[in-house]
Design a protein around this ligand. Sequence first.
Ligand SMILES: [Fe+2]
Ligand SMILES: [Fe+2]
Length: 285
Amino acid sequence: MEGVPRLLAVSDLHVRYPENREVAAGLAGDPGDWLIVAGDVAERVDDVVAVLADLAARFARVIWVPGNHELWTRTKDPVDLRGEHRYRHLVERCRALGVLTPEDPFPVFEGVTVAPLFLLYDYSLLPAGTTTPAEGLAAAYRAGVVCTDEHLLYPDPYPSREAWCEARVAYSRERLDAVSGPTVLVNHWPLTRLPTEVLRYPEFVLWCGTTASADWHRRYRAQAVVYGHLHIPRVTYEDGVRFVEASLGYPREWRPRQDRLGVPSEVLPRQVLPVPAEDFGVRPR
Ligand SMILES: [Fe+2]
Ligand SMILES: [Fe+2]
């Protein structure tokens, strides 16, 4: 396939860890390859920008969507913007690098529209045995499984993360409705519930997306869906659509996998298009 440009993807680089920074520095493609970076690059804005600048110099095009970690507001970061303001700041910094974001016209890769999305979550994905977000959250607090977002991811100026999510879903739907032809959908959080069914802590599903996007892979003719957030790199199929979890994850997660499978960073970035003959030996656990 030499000479055919590829659409590649990675997520959850978490370069706060020096080992991960090394993996990020080693990500490479062939001339003409595009790279999707599906969120959770880092917490500090300057770290996010430095990594994206580096990647933008090595790939023909880089497409970024935010993860929850980029949206955290921590006292350690000189950029103390919150919520939507923080997101817009990141978008502006990406634009200065030529990196595409969910606020830019969707690029077209070999006839396929690549749609970077930022949908967030709205607590509509509920842990088993609960029927409302309030019940779900109560169960999560009881289990001691509470995402750090609850303390660091501010929805400003929206009244809640749910309201922010609702606005993001409406914005994204309007833009996707205007697209014809095949797509690749990209979002940090999974678009459907299926990938969350193997979570080690089932209550964490509350922070993993929204039911509003459950049929988008069909509705928008997805050839592939790219996501991260779960730190469970694998490929699943729903309705014949290939869902690629493209995360690196924390060293304590990927090191044992590397030892077990003998596949460290060569599985990254993951190939999205053309559809690869095999999925690099990474299998659902
Ligand atoms: Fe992550
Ligand atoms: Fe995440």
